[in-house]
Design a protein around this ligand. Structure first.
Ligand SMILES: [Zn+2]
Length: 264
């Protein structure tokens, strides 16, 4: 699933390419794909000029003056920029097209977990030094019995982390993914917070992760490079040289990879 660094990579491309362009058309190919407002009300965007694209957690918003349209990539959605005009030609897995002067943005979604429209959910802080403070983590995780990995991936706790970046941050801070969040010591929490800031920053710098099973591509069709720098995610042997293990009990419905020597 695209996480914060992948969505931020998309946002930067779209903000650069589409800000200042007028919206000329909207082609809705699959009405069931949309959350309220209904597709017909999206047409109020036609004729408006794009101010920018914003991001909160893993959600993008197209901002056009006072109006905005939420875009969420879901499990494997992809936004593709093309110079071809939007039209009525059927394109496989293309759910939605927005035409701009000189550009078209296409939303492809094979697995249909993506969405267009609807309100933004409630989020925890963004993983930035200013917002994700050690104090915030201490007070939020205090007394919580859920595993630290599950809570890192809970968007109401921190916005934007998913399996890849949570796995990497836990490895870098030496914390076992199954540990009850409330039992993690203040010094470890500080390490964890710094590791989160680091992996997210690296993910953005490297323009996201493109893994075999979750092939993220930016709107130009370019892959990211973070997967070449992962310490444990998707690996059998960690960057530390140890053989990795997986938790028997799934966390957020998947078994979690960790290093039995480095993560306590
Ligand atoms: Zn290790």
């Amino acid at each position: 699933m695209p996480e914060l660094p992948e969505v931020e990579t998309v946002r930067r491309v779209l903000a650069q390419e589409l800000s200042g362009r007028r919206i000329t058309s909207l082609v809705v190919r699959r009405p069931t794909f949309y959350r309220p407002p209904p597709p017909s009300s999206l047409h109020g965007l036609i004729g408006k000029t794009v101010t920018t694209f914003s991001r909160r957690g893993k959600f993008l918003s197209l901002v056009a003056g006072a109006r905005s349209l939420v875009l969420h990539l879901g499990m494997s959605g992809r936004l593709v920029l093309t110079n071809r005009p939007a039209g009525n030609r059927t394109i496989k897995h293309c759910r939605f097209e927005i035409g701009f002067e000189g550009k078209t943005l296409r939303f492809f979604d094979t697995r249909r977990f993506g969405r267009v429209g609807g309100p933004l959910p409630k989020f925890g802080p963004e993983p930035t030094a200013k917002d994700l403070t050690p104090d915030y983590l201490r007070t939020t995780l205090k007394g919580r019995t859920a595993s630290i990995k599950a809570l890192l991936m809970d968007q109401g706790v921190i916005a934007g982390l998913g399996n890849i970046y949570a796995t990497e941050a836990l490895f870098r801070s030496g914390i076992h993914p199954s540990r009850p969040a409330g039992k993690i010591k203040p010094l470890e929490l500080e390490k964890l917070r710094n590791a989160i800031l680091f992996v997210i920053k690296e993910g953005i710098r490297l323009r996201g992760s493109t893994l075999n099973d979750e092939a993220f591509l930016d709107p130009y069709g370019n892959p990211g490079a973070f997967q070449k720098h992962v310490a444990i995610y998707g690996r059998k042997e960690g960057a530390c040289g140890h053989t990795l293990s997986k938790t028997k009990r799934p966390i957020a419905s998947r078994s979690a990879v960790y290093c039995p020597s480095c993560q306590k």
